[in-house]
Design a protein around this ligand. Structure first.
Ligand code: ADP
Ligand code: 5GP
Length: 191
């Protein structure tokens, strides 16, 4: 690892598993962790804010960044909707001496793990079952019926990716999952 580089913590899971909730908990509890703000072409949801939760950009802008090779990784996570990690985002966080923490889909998470190897800790958040995942996603109340269907279908496939991650973190009881996540991340940062 050269001096400009640091560590990365990757949280991946199907939509609704609880990764955003757990990542927000860690950001409050562990100093020097900084959230990697992804770029996306989807519209803001609920109280999400530009440049805090995402860089909300147009499809044209996204395609321009792809052509200019500005992304470390990107995916068309849902049909017509792109998400990606900008190289400048990781550099910005490392330049401050901070560790980057990601909330990213399963393919994107594995992509980053392959790229950064031992510098990265890749955690898969596992819900108790597909049924509970569906209840959580519907209960969040942020997606239209069509969007929910698309997310459910993708979730079913994504659950099979769990064994490819460094760690599977069960998110059954939320406070237990948060405590375990804190322990895992602190251990990794001590190494
Ligand atoms: P993701 O970021 O993986 O899509 P979220 O963090 O948005 O998932 O969680 C989905 C919904 O489930 C949210 O409404 C959240 O409050 C809820 N949730 C998360 N973890 C638990 C848990 N262990 N038990 C019950 N509800 C949970
Ligand atoms: P949401 O629309 O619920 O915020 O995110 C949908 C999915 O896209 C989630 O699984 C989220 O983790 C993932 N995602 C967010 N940012 C990125 C990114 O930069 N790259 C990839 N590959 N996936 C992302």
């Amino acid at each position: 690892m050269n001096q400009q580089e640091g560590k990365l913590i990757i949280f991946s899971a199907p939509s609704g598993a609880g990764k955003t909730t757990i990542v927000h908990h860690l950001l409050k509890k562990i100093p020097n962790l900084e959230f990697s703000i992804s770029a996306t072409t989807r519209q803001p949801r609920g109280d999400e804010r530009d440049q805090k939760d995402y860089y909300f950009i147009s499809k044209e802008e996204f395609l321009h960044y792809i052509a200019k090779k500005h992304f470390v990784e990107f995916e068309e996570v849902y049909s017509g909707t792109f998400y990606g990690t900008l190289r400048t985002e990781i550099e910005r966080i490392w330049a401050k001496g901070n560790t980057v923490i990601f909330d990213i889909d399963v393919e994107g998470g594995l992509h980053l793990k392959r790229k950064y190897g031992e510098q990265a800790l890749a955690i898969f958040v596992q819900p108790p079952s597909l049924e509970v995942l569906k209840e959580r996603l519907a209960g969040r109340g942020t997606d239209s019926p069509e969007k929910l269907k698309e997310r459910f279908e993708k979730a079913e496939k994504e659950l099979n990716y769990a064994p490819r991650f460094d760690i599977i973190l069960k998110n059954y009881e939320l406070s237990e999952a948060c405590a375990e996540a804190e322990r895992l991340v602190k251990d990794f940062l001590r190494k």
